[in-house]
Design a protein around this ligand. Structure first.
Ligand SMILES: [Zn+2]
Length: 91
């Protein structure tokens, strides 16, 4: 019989505010198919960007939850110095 709580380990380790200036910054992504917009935290986009070994002229891509289409940043400057704009792909 031991009344020791088993819950201990779970709860913590959450939400550690990202140190740095941009923790609140967001990148607006726009679906190329249905034009849904979604705000994605900049640090998430950055992480994607950093892990992505692909073509640096292509921004990190997300999938639209509405239609499954590709989303493109309204504006995002990548870690490699490239700038991406929705106007690049929208006619
Ligand atoms: Zn969509």
């Amino acid at each position: 019989m031991s009344p020791v709580s088993k819950k201990r380990k779970e709860a913590k380790k959450r939400k550690k505010p990202q140190s740095g200036l941009h923790s609140k910054a967001k990148v607006t992504y726009i679906c190329l198919q249905c034009h849904t917009t979604e705000e994605i935290p900049l640090n998430v986009v950055r992480n994607f960007d950093a892990m992505d070994d692909g073509d640096p002229t292509v921004p990190p891509q997300f999938r639209c939850e509405e239609c499954g289409g590709g989303m493109y940043p309204e504006y995002y400057k990548g870690i490699h110095g490239y700038e991406y704009r929705i106007s690049d792909v929208r006619k």
